[in-house]
Design a binder for this molecule. Structure first.
Ligand code: PEP
Length: 276
């Protein structure tokens, strides 16, 4: 279950600990990763402790980042960007969930729109991958979102419903409660054109209602919903000020430690640390 953060004066009420995740995609080799993660760790202090932060480097960086986080006790969770649904086998170029679990990976992004679009990952593969991630006691960050054409056609909710019907069908209510869902409108990813916080909030609320229908009230209360798509330090707080948005999935603006730390700081400002 997500850790609870008590509400306090000046804080965003709610019991879900926000999660801000850095999706590095195919950027930063393990040397650059080492420097970037160390720099990020140094920039995070007590005021940021209300926010959980995960870093998702390329596969070749995972061992380096794991040892750094553990060795220097950095307040960061290790994440991966993808994995295959099978336990092992003849799948050239793929990585299995148990391999990630052996590296103490905590979060795995599943069904990112780049996997769906560029590598033809379909909803059934997404569902099978969610099951694999859960089998190995890791937490999936399930990505869902509509294309620009679907948005213009007023089909956003239909798209989210279709994606979540298959994905949530693979999980128990308990698993839903502890998972993360990232609402990422495809047109906003890497475009510099973020969704408005009102639209993102509407989508997050709709996603939560779908989790409630599939898994009940407890699942809906527990699931953390991130917004992703052209997030930066200026717009981050607007998103997480929305009651149904519990964090951010950040691509481009997570590559430099200073910029990513500003985003984390902005999110922390909307919450009150349990220690304060
Ligand atoms: C992403 O990669 O999931 C993403 C949201 O990228 P960006 O922040 O660059 O739009």
């Amino acid at each position: 279950m997500p850790e609870a953060v008590p509400a306090g004066p000046g804080s965003r009420p709610g019991a879900r600990r926000p999660l801000v995740s850095a999706n590095w995609k195919m950027h930063h080799d393990h040397i650059v990763a080492l420097h970037t993660v160390r720099d990020l760790g140094l920039r995070l202090g007590e005021p940021e402790a209300a926010v959980e932060v995960s870093v998702h480097p390329p596969f070749t960086d995972l061992r380096t980042v794991q040892l750094l986080i553990e060795g220097e006790h950095l307040p960061l969770a290790l994440g991966a960007q993808h994995c295959h649904s099978a336990e092992e086998g003849a799948f050239t170029g793929e990585i299995a969930a148990p391999m990630l679990a052996r590296l103490s990976v905590r979060y795995v992004i599943v069904g990112h729109s780049e996997r769906r679009g560029l590598f033809k990952m379909d909803d059934e593969q997404v569902a099978a991958t969610l099951r694999a991630v859960r089998r190995h006691a890791m937490v999936p960050i399930l990505c869902v979102g509509e294309s620009a054409i679907e948005r213009d056609a007023g089909a956003t909710e239909g798209r989210l419903q279709a994606q979540l019907k298959v994905a949530l069908g693979a999980l128990s209510a308990k698993e839903m409660a502890s998972m993360v869902i990232a609402y990422e409108p495809i047109w906003a990813i890497g475009s510099g054109r973020a969704a408005t916080h009102v639209d993102a909030s509407d989508a997050a609320g709709f996603i939560r209602s779908l989790v409630a229908a599939a898994g009940g009230a407890e699942a809906a209360a527990g699931v953390r919903i991130q917004y992703g798509g052209s997030v930066n330090a200026e717009n981050a707080a607007d998103f997480v000020a929305e009651p149904d948005i519990d964090g951010l999935l950040v691509g481009g603006a997570s590559l430099q430690a200073a910029e990513f730390a500003e985003i984390i700081r902005a999110v922390a400002g909307c919450y009150r640390s349990s220690a304060s």
